[in-house]
Each structure stands twice: as structure tokens, then as C-alpha cells.
Design a protein. Structure first.
Length: 120
């Protein structure tokens, strides 16, 4: 599925790991809850593969950042990137050294998500 940002500024969707400027597109497999909210508000539109212009650059899926890089980011970017980390040990390491409340909350939430995804 192809989604396109219609928001005048930057549109960040942390749970999908995408960051789009106006008229940028991204290819996603399925929509996330935050993407659904952006679609309802009109910030994001869903396009068919056939209707997407060939000249529009596609945003590649983001790679998980190195753990050290999160500490040097501003809080907004750090919270967005925490959602991409899939290593509980790395999250716990960050949790021990992080001082920003919003990032700490995001780390705790991500740890809970990873624990709920583990088979018992």
C-alpha cells in the first residue's frame, strides 16, 4: 500500500517508523493505529500502486538506529526511533542512562510491547 502526506509540515508516524514531508510517499504493508488516525484527519492519503507517480521519490523503510545514536537525538526523534528497536537488552541499557521523561516513557512502552510479543 502506498501512503502520501498532505500535511504542510513534517508528518511523523512513530509506530510505523516513517517521517514524511508534504507530498512524499511511503510504501507500507499495513496501516498502524497512528496511520489510521492521520488518514482520518486528512494528513495522509492512501494511493493505489497504479496511481502513484513514477517520479515521486519513495521513502525506504527506516533501519533501526544504533543505541548510542538515540542519546544524541532530540526527544521527539528519540521517541520515534525507540519504536524501531527490537532488542530488549538495548532498551534496558537505554532506560538506565536516559534522563528525558518522554523518552523513558517510550522505552518502557516499547519494552512492554516486546514482552507481549514473546511466545510463552
Amino acid at each position: 500500500m502506498i501512503v502520501k502526506s498532505t500535511r504542510p509540515g513534517i508528518l511523523m508516524i512513530p509506530d510505523a517508523g516513517i517521517k514524511l514531508r508534504k507530498n512524499e510517499i511511503a510504501t507500507v504493508e499495513k496501516t498502524s493505529p497512528q496511520m489510521e488516525s492521520a488518514i482520518k484527519r486528512g494528513y495522509l492519503v492512501v494511493q493505489d500502486v497504479e496511481s502513484a507517480p513514477a517520479s515521486t521519490p519513495q521513502v525506504p523503510p527506516p533501519a533501526a538506529p544504533p543505541v548510542e545514536a538515540i542519546a544524541s537525538m532530540n526527544a521527539t526523534d528519540a521517541v520515534a526511533r525507540v519504536g524501531l528497536v527490537n532488542d530488549p537488552a538495548a532498551l534496558k541499557e537505554l532506560l538506565g542512562s536516559e534522563k528525558r521523561k518522554t523518552v523513558i516513557d517510550a522505552l518502557k512502552l516499547r519494552l512492554q510491547e516486546l514482552k507481549s510479543d514473546e511466545p510463552e
